[in-house]
Design a protein around this ligand. Structure first.
Ligand SMILES: [Zn+2]
Length: 447
């Protein structure tokens, strides 16, 4: 039998009651004030406000003027273990996730060594069992060493609990190689998650190719670099009937290509990151290396297309692509800096502030998109329902805070939203039935 796909700390099931919170779960249709009782780590009761039966010895939390949401699920994070623990490790990365309201994350394989073998996957799962604050799934590489020339032992990796496969950070350049991966995937299951970029178009680009790159004299990565690969690989996915997920979409042409592929019946899905939803290449004018990521921040037209794609469901989920780097690695000229921004601690607040408060997207839709990643990678969607494992986050939508003002739970501080004033704060996260995070100033009391 295959191993379970998520591993985390074996947690004692928590007992608590959250009183009079506005419970919002688009997955179950809940949208109103309730008491929610968690017993032994499971959601035991969803009751009218003020009427819950409180288990003996349970903690009580006031949910008044607060929102109780299903815990978020991120199918795309970098925990940097093994090999880059100076940037992040399982404990800090999952602490960062819990602080952002996430109840589970999926880690990418571009580590040192690359996660491309069953023994390494097994060792990482042991480490997650020991150190993780929220359950972690792992996606090993599609090709050995991310080299694009030889497939990994996909069936063996699935038996060891691989969620799916990705060469994230790099595209699978050879269509023939990807087609073979799709045929193996059909035998062993698991999603294929693809970082889409045609290296012959992106070349040595360090930002989006357009007016801003021309003005700065920096080499650019054209939008087509992403879109042509999505078009190609969606066609392969349709032909091979292979569950395929496109990572961190950034370009308007890509949204069109994805919509067309879906209309034609391709079994494909897509994700958008908070930074592509909220920032454009204008942010690079500062030459702040926290604005350097891959795919790059693009134009307002691209940003609007990504928002529209998320709204109409062409893009099913929000994923952070949390990509921590050490301060000294980012503290170099723009051209030389590594690509990536952190994002777990700011995703909800940034999207809430930038898109929900101004009325661009409804809160319920954003919550749905922050949990949908689970289903896309074949895992149960976090939901607020009687009998479900408690995966919850309690947020205060009214609080404001400045990103970075009290540091980060992540080991890294390369956050593209640093210094911004954001609305909404995660107060409490319950992951797989255990308290994974509580805000420093937020205390639980006896019932
Ligand atoms: Zn990534």
């Amino acid at each position: 039998m295959a191993a379970p796909m998520l591993t985390g700390m074996p947690a004692p099931g928590v007992d608590l009651v959250i009183r009079e919170a506005h419970v919002l779960d688009p997955n179950t249709g809940l949208d109103g004030v309730h008491d929610v009782v968690v017993r032994g780590g499971e959601i035991a009761e969803i009751a009218a406000p003020g009427t819950a039966t409180v288990p003996d010895g349970a903690e009580a939390v006031s949910g008044e003027r607060r929102h109780l949401l299903p815990g978020f699920f991120d199918p795309h994070v970098h925990l940097r273990t093994p090999g880059h623990e100076h940037k992040e490790h399982i404990e800090t990365g999952t602490r960062s996730a819990a602080a952002g309201g996430y109840c589970a994350v999926v880690a990418m394989p571009n580590t040192d060594p690359v996660l491309d073998s069953a023994p390494l996957l097994s060792a990482l799962r042991d480490a997650a069992r020991r150190d993780a604050r929220v359950p972690v799934g792992f996606m090993p590489a599609i090709t050995r060493g991310l080299q694009g020339t030889e497939l990994t032992e996909m069936a063996e990796l699935r038996d060891e609990g691989a969620v799916g496969f990705t060469d994230d950070g790099k595209p699978v350049v050879s269509a023939g190689m990807l087609r073979r991966a799709m045929r193996y995937q059909k035998l062993c299951g698991g999603v294929l998650a693809l970082h889409e970029e045609d290296p012959s178009l992106s070349g040595r680009g360090v930002m989006h190719e357009g007016e801003v790159s021309a003005r700065l004299g920096l080499s650019g990565i054209p939008s087509l670099s992403e879109a042509v690969m999505v078009a190609r690989d969606a066609m392969l996915a349709r032909e091979e009937e292979a569950r395929t997920h496109f990572q961190h979409l950034s370009a308007w042409q890509t949204v069109e290509a994805l919509a067309a592929a879906k209309a034609a019946g391709a079994p494909v899905s897509g994700e958008a990151s908070p930074h592509h939803l909220l920032l454009t290449d204008e942010a690079v004018l500062s030459l702040d290396t926290r604005m350097k990521m891959n795919p790059p921040l693009r134009t307002e037209r691209d940003r609007q297309a990504i928002i529209a794609g998320l709204r109409d469901g062409t893009i099913e989920c929000i994923a952070t692509d949390h990509a921590p780097h050490a301060a000294d690695e980012k503290d170099v000229p723009f051209e030389e800096a590594p690509m990536g921004t952190t994002g777990l601690e700011t995703a909800f607040a940034a999207v809430y502030t930038g898109l929900v408060r101004p009325g661009i997207l409804p809160l319920a839709l954003v919550v749905e998109r922050l949990t949908a990643g689970a289903r896309l990678v074949g895992l149960p969607t976090p939901r607020i329902a009687r009998g479900a494992p408690a995966n919850l986050c309690l947020v205060d939508l009214e609080t404001t805070w400045q990103v970075g003002e009290s540091g980060y739970e992540s080991r890294s501080d390369n956050c593209c939203f640093a210094g911004r004033r954001l609305h909404s704060r995660v107060l409490l996260t319950i992951a797989a039935g255990a308290v994974a995070y509580r805000e420093r100033s937020f205390a639980l009391s006896a019932a």
